[in-house]
Design a protein around this ligand. Structure first.
Ligand code: ZN
Length: 348
């Protein structure tokens, strides 16, 4: 019998690659803007391949690509009838991907996110949110997921509705907030206070994902770690967001003046991209600070994930192709390389 998420976290860090929207948009299978994962129905093989690449890179978790495949997102593109098939297909693709790697002890999770209809002043929307979370959690449960993540939610009270839906279904709940510029939830709680309230409401893991890059995410983690006793999660976006603009939703690329509208989010963030080593540093700092559910959100690619796995002392499958510059024709040190080339490396 394999261990559940909490038992795994009790033993040490768990790595989770997510952020499929951006990866699919870059590959030409998903439209920026509405960001609806229709790709799970139109090109399931592409989703399977991304899962495969993340698993090979060391992700312990296969997160079903149900993110933003919820009722409100499908309504806005006029395809609400696709809701159930989309959700079920995403869950099946995740499980099938896990099953390709029988030797690895992978966990599959479902996912719910910000509904975009939640309004604290309109109780009717709370009931609508609850229904949206419940239907998704139910499909995830039927698919036999190991746990469910509620993520990129900015309101504590919306998160509480999501958490209740997950716990009522008898599942392990991971609750990750996205925190805006002023470092509070939209209902005015500090991340630490909001996470503590979730822990008191039964959350198994609490923390942060999306919105902020590694440094601006790390900035908020000590307060959470101090206030809760459960496991803490951190899954930043791999972009160099700053004190001035901590969220990737508002970013300027000073090196470029041809971005339509001037905002580099979401499709022109390339120049602000974190490299693999920056993500590895973030991973090590998480370990030092006892953050155990470590991952990466929008913008993630397998090379980041592999370096994060290596930072945890692991050798994932794709470690087979880990860089070895000693054999590079000009920069290498292998004794069989020609001096004709190595001697001029600095001039190239
Ligand atoms: Zn994200």
């Amino acid at each position: 019998m394999s261990k559940n998420l909490i038992e795994r976290l009790n033993e040490g860090p768990v790595l989770c690659a997510e952020g499929y929207l951006f990866a699919m948009e870059r590959r030409g299978y998903l439209q920026a803007g509405a960001f609806v994962p229709e790709v799970v129905l139109e090109h399931p093989e592409v989703v399977s391949q991304l899962h495969r690449e993340f698993i090979r890179a060391g992700s312990d978790i296969v997160q079903a690509f149900t993110y933003y495949g919820h009722r409100e997102k499908l309504r806005i593109i006029g395809k609400e009838k696709l809701l159930e098939p989309l959700q079920k297909n995403a869950l099946k693709i995740a499980k099938d991907s896990r099953d390709e790697f029988k030797d690895l002890d992978l966990l599959v999770c479902g996912d719910v996110a910000n509904t975009n209809i939640y309004d604290p002043n309109d109780k009717k929307t709370n009931i609508e949110c609850q229904k949206m979370f419940e239907e998704q959690v139910q499909w995830a449960k039927e698919a036999g997921v190991d746990f469910v993540v509620a993520e990129t939610i900015t309101w504590l009270d919306e998160m509480k509705i999501a958490l209740k839906a997950i716990k009522d279904a008898g599942l392990i709940a991971v609750c990750n907030f996205s925190i805006k510029r002023d470092e509070t939830t939209r209902d005015g709680h500090t991340p630490g206070d909001a996470c503590k309230i979730l822990e008191d409401n039964g959350a198994d893991v609490v923390g942060l994902n999306c919105f902020r890059g590694p440094k601006m995410t790390m900035k908020l983690l000590p307060e959470i770690r101090e206030k809760v006793s459960c496991h803490v999660a951190a899954l930043p976006v791999p972009y160099r967001t700053t004190e001035k603009d901590p969220g990737f939703i508002n970013q300027i690329d000073p090196g470029c003046d041809c971005i339509p509208g001037g905002n580099a989010f979401p499709v022109a963030l390339d120049n602000l991209y974190c490299n693999r080593y920056e993500m590895a540093e973030f991973t090590k700092e998480c370990v030092d600070k006892k953050i155990n559910f470590i991952g990466i959100c929008c913008g993630a690619e397998p090379h980041h994930v592999r370096e994060m796995a290596v930072a945890l002392g692991r050798k994932p499958i794709s470690y087979k192709y880990y860089p070895d510059m000693s054999k590079h024709y000009a920069l290498g040190t292998d004794p069989t390389l020609k001096h004709l080339n190595t001697d001029v490396a600095k001039t190239l």
